[in-house]
Write a protein that binds this ligand. Structure first.
Ligand SMILES: *Cc1c(COP(=O)(O)O)cnc(C)c1O
Length: 502
């Protein structure tokens, strides 16, 4: 370090004086206990205002400004007033749009925002434990691996399995696909001959992951589905043998355990037979449906998931965590590590200690939030039973909704396997374009009303309405509200008679 230059010509006394001044000036970054209390009280009060309103909270708040007021306070050299900033957040960020923490959110795949997890996130951020590397944070690394192990046991994977808690299902699927690519040695020259088998129900993040993984040119085979939108194993087997005969490389089968659109669970056992016979990598995307394994019905439905080579489950969906948690597990954990293992000269101290696997060796991420804690704290405090009960309640609520929405005159889709129900207004003899337009009017009416948040999809080319119950906060009264809102829309549009005044 002999060629080091002084940062300026000033005397050492002047240098020390400048350092002291900057220390004082930057002290705002490190609030003392009094200021911490003020900050904490303001944040806690805001969170309490939110939670107290949740039960009557609209599922969707339509507004002309859509949070544009956020831009009214610029980032400047000096900070703004705490009360002003919190008020701006509540008005411009929390209020507009969908409310994924509210029980009336019955659209897309609802989130939940488990309070225990929010507090765990706070604790994790305060300690800032580096859960990526065992040497740095041995307890955090063990805890993170323990949570992955818990999920692996739930799936029924053997001891060889390893996995990672990443930000969500998309990155989890990407991690699995990269692992499958490397494990089966799909080189760049092989890509145009490699074949992936999926269905039209497969989540679009699979195609996106393939592109990101440099596999955009693989052959995609959309396997035929049955009346419940589930992959047909016989059709799968036929496609694979045809592809083989043509000199292609049947590489990976992607089954879905709870499709986002309709909650369809592919026949995992039978697909497992085909995968084994044909030597294909078998991936199961259970991002939405995975934690239904905590229920008896879910275990029966997802039987065969343990035969897969890799699996994805989203704790931020069916385990009620706030957004930001997806789990990927690979049955042969070595394959995951071979694709994601790390090294680096500056990490030489860390890499010497191998008594526990470092989560960074199993993930595309190095530095990452300590996500294990947001799973661990609630499971530690509550056990698994309340989760199982809440999920079973959601299965029954879906069944209840289907029966009741049919009584309103809607045509209903197949009995739900999980907690998604599809339905549409389709009177006999009405032309298709007309029913599509009517269903669009119904869903737009529900959005303008906002008391519950419902969504729609295109199913077999038809505009179809969906109701998804997934939040632990969603109960029968919210489903009844959805039914009331739908009925009011039918009356408004003139599809049914206004009920006689009571
Ligand atoms: C939600 C979902 C994904 C994507 O997961 P994100 O957590 O949103 O990234 C993938 N597959 C299925 C089946 C899903 O439901």
């Amino acid at each position: 370090m002999s060629d080091e230059q002084p940062i300026s010509d000033e005397s050492s006394a002047a240098l020390i004086e400048r350092i002291r001044r900057l220390e004082r000036a930057s002290r705002a970054l490190d609030p003392g206990s009094g200021r911490r209390k003020t900050l904490r009280n303001a944040v806690m009060a805001s969170s309490e205002r939110h939670l107290r309103k949740l039960h009557g909270q609209k599922g969707y708040v339509a507004g002309p400004d859509q949070g544009a007021g956020v831009l009214s306070l610029p980032i400047a050299r000096a900070g703004h007033d705490l009360a002003d900033v919190i008020a701006l957040y509540e008005r411009e960020v929390v209020q507009p749009g969908a409310h994924p923490s509210a029980p009336s959110h019955l659209a897309y795949i609802p989130g939940s925002s488990l309070y225990h997890s929010a507090l765990a996130d706070f604790l994790a951020a305060i300690s800032n434990k580096y859960s990526s590397i065992f040497f740095s944070s041995p307890g955090a690394a063990r805890l993170e691996n323990m949570m992955v192990r818990w999920v692996a046991d739930l799936v029924g994977y053997p001891e060889s399995a390893l996995g990672s808690i990443v930000s969500g299902g998309s990155i989890a699927n990407l991690t699995a696909i990269v692992t499958a690519r490397d494990a089966r040695d799909v080189r760049s020259g092989d890509v145009p001959r490699a074949v992936v088998y999926l269905t039209t129900q497969t989540h679009h993040c699979i195609q996106k992951s393939l592109r990101i993984a440099g596999l955009g040119e693989v052959q995609l085979r959309y396997v035929a589905t049955d009346a419940r939108h589930r992959m047909r194993p016989d059709a799968l087997a036929t496609l694979i043998s045809e592809d083989r005969a043509r000199g292609l490389l049947p590489w990976m089968i992607v089954a879905t355990a709870g499709s986002t659109d309709v909650g369809a669970v592919d026949p995992l056992e039978d697909i497992g037979d085909v995968a084994e016979r044909e030597g294909c990598w078998y991936h199961v995307d259970a991002a939405y449906g995975g934690f239904f394994l905590l229920t008896d019905e879910g275990r029966r439905l997802l039987k065969g998931i343990e035969r897969s080579h890799s699996v994805v489950l989203d704790p931020h969906k069916s385990l009620f965590m706030p957004w930001g948690a997806g789990v990927v597990i690979v049955r042969d954990g070595r394959a995951l590590m071979e694709s994601h293992g790390t090294s680096g000269h500056y990490m030489q101290d860390a890499l010497r200690d191998d008594s526990e696997i470092s989560p960074a060796d199993l993930s595309p991420e190095l530095t990452k939030p300590f996500r294990g804690l947001r799973m661990w704290l609630p499971l530690m405090l509550l056990g698994t039973q309340p989760f199982a009960d809440a999920l079973e309640e959601k299965l029954l609520l879906a069944r209840y909704f289907r029966g009741e929405v049919a009584k309103l005159g809607f045509e209903v889709g197949p009995a739900p396997e999980l907690s998604v129900v599809t339905y549409r207004w389709a009177p006999q003899g009405m032309p298709l374009e007309e029913t599509d337009a009517l269903n669009q009017r119904i869903i737009e009416g529900t959005h303008a009303d906002g008391r519950v948040f419902l969504s729609s999809t295109m199913l077999d080319g038809r505009f179809t309405l969906r109701m998804v119950a997934l939040s632990f906060r969603t109960h029968k009264r919210n489903i009844d509200m959805a039914l009331r809102v739908l009925h009011e829309q039918l009356v408004r549009i003139g599809l049914v008679e206004r009920p006689a005044a009571q």
